[in-house]
Design a protein around this ligand. Sequence first.
Ligand code: AMP
Length: 395
Amino acid sequence: MKYINQIDLKGKRVMFRFDFNVPLDNSQNITDDNRIRAVLPSINYALDEGARIIIISHLGRPKGKRVPQMSLAPVAKRLSRLLDKQVLLAGDCLGPDVEKMVQELNPGCVLMLENLRFYKEEEANDDEFAKKLASFADVYIDDAFGNAHRTHASNVGITKYVKECGAGFLMKKEINYFQTQLEKPVRPFVAIIGGSKVSDKLSTLINLIKKVDKLIIGGGMAFTFLKAQGIEVGKSLVEDHLISQAKDIIEQAQKLGVKLFLPVDCVIAQSKSAESVTKIIPVQEIFPDWMGLDIGPATITLFREVIANAKTIIWNGPMGVFEIDAFSRGTSAMVHALAGSHALTIVGGGDTDVAVQQAGESENISYISTGGGASLELLEGKILPAIEALEKCAN
Ligand code: AMP
């Protein structure tokens, strides 16, 4: 795969695919602009090289319809402020007006096209749509890691029609942390996997167990593993159909000499609500009609000990229902433990990223992914369609 700095950009029309799918409040204010800040190195590099910059992205799920609330206007405004430079926003991503704006674009100028997903052809990876987008560019750079696990026209189809294509610096960084670094990790290598369901992360667990020295399982998914060990977990989240798979993972860990850690105590309640009465209890003593919603203090101490000597730590998924204060202690304790560790600490996007921000520790984590789904698929050992397309395009 080629990277942006291996391609001549001078004077060229360089089309960037970014993932500017940022969260907006009800008044269309951006509540977190990390995904915009994360691609500034690529844009600045292209500006320094004297490129004419065309930006394409999606935002939200307009499902092929023009939804004004999902316009990229707030993104163009924020990017303009971050670059301290005008960012023109086209009213569409195709059509004669866009064509004219692209033709008139001068070197060092930035043009953003409107939300790609206003066309259903984008998610359908429609060939004609991809060809039309490609016609605007001399060079295509994909820096939309958050969308790299999808096969869409703007990140896969388009690569067949552009003259030259490559990956941006964000893509390079994400691949480095979630693939390259983990091929030969500095050991001890510890993975912490949490979140709600085993089913969502089964392939990740199966892939990671072969690579790590220690595996910590927390969150809702831990209860399927506890039940697999014959522990009654009351009304806690359990996926009964996956108990035999959980047993296999436990067995495989033993065979491979991987140390597997599960919660020893938990915070329980009768329902998943802020008003419920809570108790802290060993996992063996969960009441039949109560549920485990966070790891308990003994588990926090145990997990802290486990990661104390780690040299590489990867974390995906909260330790409890961290959205509710009463069940957020376990997750925030793990954030602080990672932040204080001397290891290379790599955090998956999505909920884990939110938990790190809530705890105010973003600066103290080595790398936080901008793409939850995409980073998880890399951890599963999958080849992401967008990356595969860039590799093919380079050959
Ligand atoms: P995921 O998207 O798989 O990483 O799951 C994140 C979600 O898991 C969060 O919304 C948490 O509220 C939820 N979660 C974490 N621990 C538990 C638990 N013990 N019971 C139910 N849900 C949980």
